[in-house]
Design a protein around this ligand. Structure first.
Ligand code: MN
Ligand code: MN
Length: 302
């Protein structure tokens, strides 16, 4: 028999592995249209690398890399420190990563110049998905904290590169969904109700009217695709296949759907052949970070 705490840690691990698996699966078809995907792969459903980045099989991209940088900062400092997170992102950028979003690069260059981790000027233009794609360590660290603590903790990584209200709203919603999954909520309709109620005050994210194909990196389109796939399927595998075959920013929709569905469906629901394909160094880091953050979450200074 597993204890409640063991089950919780297992779901946190599943969320982390789900993020990496979604990123690795989606990267192959990033920037392709659904039509191009059908032409080339029929249905894309295996981790095979390639794509515009010409990735080796099982490699992940900036979505998982930035999450790991953020997670390591939380583990090292036992706090959510904007300074430490900005430094971790900056160190990551120095490794010359194969893909890095424009908004992320701009924010980190601003940090290098000013040494101010948080960008205090709200950016109304650029509501990209770059903060949402990397928030999982914050979601784990803030499990069972108040909404005020959650929002403030999220801001400390998000506003380094994405000081934007739409991005903030999306991040908070995604964290809430991950928390419901971690709690062991097993009814998809209950999660959907939370999202639908949130739409009343955040109508831009309405996802029930028009099928979102080829989602861009605009956070609204990204979440519309993720919600459609998550709420219209009934397994981790189906959800991930559905979302990445929409093409567009597929590694990022895959990463976000992967963390939500991972927390919700649990580790046993992640296809073994996907886990086996994942770069072992990455899956090990994901697992270790998930366990460490959950174990030290009571000691974290927010
Ligand atoms: Mn990416
Ligand atoms: Mn992407």
């Amino acid at each position: 028999m597993q204890t409640t705490e063991e089950l919780l840690i297992e779901r946190a691990v599943a969320a982390y592995l789900g993020l990496a698996v979604g990123d690795a699966l989606g990267a192959t078809v990033e920037f392709m249209t659904p039509r191009e995907i059908i032409y080339q792969y029929g249905q894309h459903k295996e981790i095979i690398g390639g794509g515009w980045l010409k990735l080796p099989v099982g490699s992940i991209t900036d979505d998982t890399q930035m999450s790991l940088a953020l997670g390591q900062s939380i583990i090292n400092t036992k706090s959510i420190s904007a300074q430490s997170i900005a430094e971790a992102f900056n160190e990551w950028m120095k490794t010359n990563p194969p893909d890095i979003g424009l908004t992320v690069r701009r924010g980190l260059l601003r940090y290098r110049k000013t040494q101010q981790p948080i960008d205090l000027i709200e950016d109304f233009q650029c509501a990209g998905n770059g903060a949402c794609m990397r928030l999982l360590p914050i979601a784990l660290a803030t499990f069972e904290q108040s909404s005020e603590i959650i929002k403030n903790a999220n801001l400390k990584h998000a506003h380094i590169t994405h000081p934007n209200a739409l991005s903030d709203a999306a991040c908070y919603m995604v964290i809430q969904l991950i928390h419901l999954g971690l709690k062991g909520e097993k009814n998809l309709e209950d999660l959907q109700r939370v999202v639908n109620e949130w739409l009343e005050t955040n109508p831009q994210f309405e996802y029930r009217k028009k099928v979102c194909q080829n989602p861009s990196a605009f956070i609204v389109e990204t979440l519309q695709a993720v919600f459609q796939s998550f709420f219209n399927t009934t397994s981790f595998e189906e959800c991930l296949i559905d979302v990445v075959n929409r093409g567009g920013d597929a590694d990022t929709t895959g990463a976000i759907a992967g963390m939500i569905a991972g927390a919700f469906y649990g580790k046993n629901a992640i296809p073994i052949n996907w886990l086996e394909k994942l770069n072992p160094n990455i899956s090990q880091q994901c697992e270790e970070q998930a366990i460490k953050i959950m174990q030290l979450r009571q000691q974290i200074v927010f």
